[in-house]
Unconditional design. Structure first.
Ligand SMILES: [Fe+2]
Ligand SMILES: [Fe+2]
Length: 168
């Protein structure tokens, strides 16, 4: 069984190209849930997805590299959806999977598993279910992380410095 440290190392190893991309830095200034940035949320989702694959003994069926990259890019929409913007992001929940995959394809070479898992991670809010097991892991890890972050007591104690939780 993988330890927490081993999982973090795997995420950094397989996600290196993504972490090093300048556009990924945008996620560090966008809040996702409560005081958690989209960057920190994405790292958590990747770690949790790997943890679930490990505890469910799915390594014969799961491509670790694709799983981590899809998880890190699942919310690669690159804007703060809380910002006022003439209502353009009103449909954020329904549309951001497609926006994320569009941005990700522009910045990285993605395989079918990665593309499908990013595009359909909001299922069942959006109609098309993921096609691959990696996509289901990302979807489940996202729901669990988002729920935890949204209802965390941390949201009531925003850091005085105004610095977001960058997940580093
Ligand atoms: Fe999302
Ligand atoms: Fe998410």
């Amino acid at each position: 069984m993988l330890t927490r440290i081993q999982i973090q190392r795997l995420v950094h190893k397989h996600g290196r190209e993504i972490f090093e991309h300048e556009h990924m830095q945008i996620e560090k200034s966008c809040y996702q849930h409560g005081v958690v940035t989209t960057f920190a949320h994405s790292v958590r989702v990747a770690c949790l997805a790997v943890w679930m694959a490990d505890r469910l003994h799915l390594w014969r069926k799961v491509d670790l590299h694709s799983l981590i990259r899809a998880a890190l890019l699942h919310d690669y929409f690159l804007y703060d959806w809380h910002d006022w913007d003439n209502g353009e992001h009103r449909l954020h929940g329904f549309t951001h999977g497609n926006t994320a995959v569009r941005n990700a394809v522009r910045d990285f070479r993605l395989n079918h598993i990665e593309r499908d898992s990013i595009a359909n991670h909001m299922f069942p809010l959006t109609p098309r279910p993921p096609r691959y097991i990696e996509g289901y892991l990302v979807t489940m890890a996202d729901k669990i992380s988002a729920t935890r972050e949204t209802f965390s007591m941390d949201r009531f104690s925003k850091p005085k410095s105004g610095k977001p939780d960058r997940g580093e």
